[in-house]
Write a protein that binds this ligand. Structure first.
Ligand code: GSH
Length: 324
């Protein structure tokens, strides 16, 4: 499907995203916090839409999210959040306050600390090593599909696409090569365990920071987020991270062990933008139903329209015959 088929909105922002994608959640949350209106287009992973040439031309890494604004294409969730905060600095709260303020420096520190966490490996680590997870919300079928998504057939499909589209050959080949490397990392139990231990060190630092916010709250009576009274880019990252950790069954190693983090996560769930843009992503039946019409249309497309037209025509003729 061509990107040009989508209409303009008041802010002229178009987001290519996927409901359950961690990095898409971050951007939707940031857009909601800033109160920006935008058009969105779902990129369906089960149909490998992100491998399609029109999408690879938009983002040669073939990843979501991607934002298009005024003809500019911006990829990578953190860059998108920064871009939105800079271009729309007069709209909604500042997500990344100026670095010459204490708040700005604190936000940058925590955002960067959390930003480098290998979230994708937490998700797939629990898919490949289910015993690391407890109370995972991921159904078995998704886990099996998740393992298959990195199989040799996907790499081969990308190599076939490279041969079919010479202008994208390099991008497709790079993506195919990455599959092998990512499979090795996901299968490496020692690596996943080490990454989870490192995550705990980071979360300990976050818990310590939340102790400071607790004192601030006691002094001022104002609700606090990770870096202060306003919800910032650091909170975009932290709140989405906690939701993902719970989803994949890592709550016992992260949220449940840290009372202030647990209270923070509860507070995030009450926050309207988080509630609207992030909460639903763990409700997989809902996500499935929401994406079904688009998936049917995209995969059956014109064929489906012909079938529906034929059924309507036959029903109309039958009704007339039966009437007389
Ligand atoms: N650093 C990127 C990562 C984006 C990313 O990994 N997106 C995943 C979905 S959460 C994706 O598109 N995966 C598809 C693929 O790897 O082919 C960001 O922050 O946006």
């Amino acid at each position: 499907m061509a990107a040009s088929s989508t209409s303009r909105t008041s802010d002229d922002l178009l987001l290519y995203h996927c409901d359950a994608s961690f990095f898409s959640m971050k951007v939707r949350l940031a857009l909601a916090v800033k109160g920006l209106s935008y058009k969105k287009q779902t990129v369906l992973f089960p149909l490998q839409e992100n491998f399609e040439p029109w999408y690879m031309r938009l983002d040669p890494a073939g990843l979501v999210p991607v934002l298009v604004h005024d003809g500019k294409v911006i990829s990578d969730s953190t860059r998108i959040v920064d871009y939105l905060d800079t271009v729309f600095h007069d709209r909604g709260p500042r997500l990344a306050p100026p670095l010459d303020t204490d708040l700005g420096r604190r936000v940058r520190h925590f955002r960067d600390l959390l930003d480098v966490l290998p979230v994708e490996l937490y998700t797939y680590g629990t898919i490949y090593h289910p015993d690391l997870a407890k109370d995972s919300m991921l159904p078995g079928v998704i886990r099996r599909k998740g393992r298959k998504a990195l199989g040799p057939s996907t790499a081969q499909r990308l190599r076939d696409l490279a041969a079919m589209h010479p202008d994208l050959a390099e991008a497709y080949t790079r993506k195919a090569d990455k599959i092998g490397q990512r499979t090795r990392e996901r299968e490496d139990r020692g690596l996943i365990e080490r990454l989870l231990d490192e995550l705990e060190v980071v979360l300990d630092e976050v818990e310590k920071e939340l102790e400071e916010r607790k004192k601030d709250k006691e002094a001022s009576g104002q609700q606090q987020w990770l870096c202060g009274e306003s919800f910032t880019a650091a909170d975009v990252m932290l709140s989405c991270l906690l939701h993902r950790l719970k989803f994949v069954g890592l709550s016992h190693r992260s949220i449940q062990k840290r009372p202030l983090l647990e209270a923070y996560y509860l507070q995030a769930q009450q926050f309207a933008p988080f509630n609207a843009e992030v909460m639903y992503t763990t409700n997989l039946p809902y996500v499935f139903v929401r994406n079904l019409p688009g998936a049917i249309y995209k995969s059956a497309g014109p064929k489906l329209v012909v079938w529906v037209a034929m059924v309507v025509a036959v029903a109309a003729v039958a009704a007339m015959v039966l009437k007389y």
